[in-house]
Write a protein that binds this ligand. Structure first.
Ligand code: AMP
Length: 315
């Protein structure tokens, strides 16, 4: 694996592969690699000849008072993990390389970025403008055939898919399932902020999603009882959600009943960490919904029912 820091080096490193007609997969990241990132690298490797991972803690997507300065950074450890996943190029640019003096362009997606994390009371739409601007730039810098994102950041994935469609960006946007700890906790670079007791409390997010899944599995479709079951898990752990909302999994419009694909998304602060998680609830007439990506968020509280798929080990 080679580490490159400039767009010029990146393009020259990819030139030969391009000339030979080899396909390129891009995994954009902010580092702090965990099994979620590695699963995206593996997916990119399966479907492309060349894998590029970008490692850039993007200042434009952090608001004032957020954790830009304390965000976990360990490029050497990340490089070793990426190399073990057979990544070809690690693109780790400086902030000046990405945002040269006089930089004055933003890519924004409206509508989808006003709700959930984009609500002005939360991270705000400016967070997503930071994300879409840097992802548009990375797509232009690398020119991949496909770019890989995690369902863990469900709203981000929808916003990026919309941007790519609206701007006719040629890369395929691939979204892959959330990778969880065996007890259900969604992997996140920010889990590094959790003290042991906070980690216990953080588990309530995936338990809340599992409780809602179990309620849907029992035939319930209305938002009220689903959200009540989820809230109860958070309350039990003394976790106050920033939001716990049911929305259309395709356009984030609010929904009152699980009908088709419905996103249940949660955000909460636990200690120093602001955590997010989500699941896609699917209502099937007369049946138990299958789990997104085949893997339930459920921790120990989730009741299994006879219609469930066989339990698989989670990575
Ligand atoms: P980040 O470094 O946090 O910006 O994440 C880089 C990419 O990894 C994004 O597309 C995230 O959605 C994805 N990702 C983060 N956590 C997970 C996870 N637990 N499972 C799958 N993908 C993830």
């Amino acid at each position: 694996m080679r580490t490159v820091r400039t767009v010029a080096e990146l393009r020259s490193a990819l030139g030969a592969a391009r000339g030979a007609g080899r396909t390129v997969g891009l995994v954009p990241t902010m580092g702090g690699f965990h099994a979620g990132h590695l699963s995206l690298m593996r997916a990119a490797g399966k479907e492309n000849d060349v894998v590029v991972v970008s490692l850039f803690v993007n200042p434009a997507q952090f608001g004032p008072g957020e954790d830009l300065d304390s965000y976990p950074r360990d490029e050497a450890a990340d490089a070793a993990l990426a190399e073990a996943e057979a990544v070809d190029l690690l693109f780790a640019p400086s902030a000046d390389e990405v945002y040269p003096a006089g930089f004055s362009t933003r890519v924004t997606v409206s509508g989808l970025t006003d709700v959930l994390d984009g609500d002005p009371e939360r991270r705000g739409a400016a967070h997503f403008a930071g994300v879409t601007t840097v992802v548009a730039k990375l797509l232009n810098m690398v020119g991949p055939d496909a770019a890989y994102f995690g369902q863990k950041d469900a709203q981000q994935a929808l916003v990026i898919q919309r941007m790519a469609r609206d701007l006719d960006l040629p890369a395929r946007i691939e979204v892959r399932p959330t990778v969880r700890e065996p007890d259900g906790l969604a992997l996140s670079s920010r889990n590094a902020y959790l003290e042991p007791l906070e980690r216990e409390r953080a588990l309530s997010l995936s338990r809340a999603l599992a409780a809602a899944e179990a309620t849907v599995g029992g035939g319930e479709r209305s938002a009220g009882p689903l959200l009540a079951a989820a809230h109860a898990e958070l309350e039990r752990a003394g976790v106050e959600p920033e939001y716990l909302e049911l929305r259309s999994a395709t356009d984030l419009s609010p929904v009152e009943r699980v009908n088709g694909s419905t996103l249940l998304a949660v955000a909460a602060r636990v200690g120093r960490a602001r955590l997010i998680d989500n699941t896609v609830l699917r209502a099937h007439p007369g049946g138990t919904p299958p789990h997104p990506g085949g893997k339930p968020p459920g921790g120990p509280t989730r009741k299994r029912s006879s219609g469930d798929p066989p339990r698989k080990e989670r990575t």
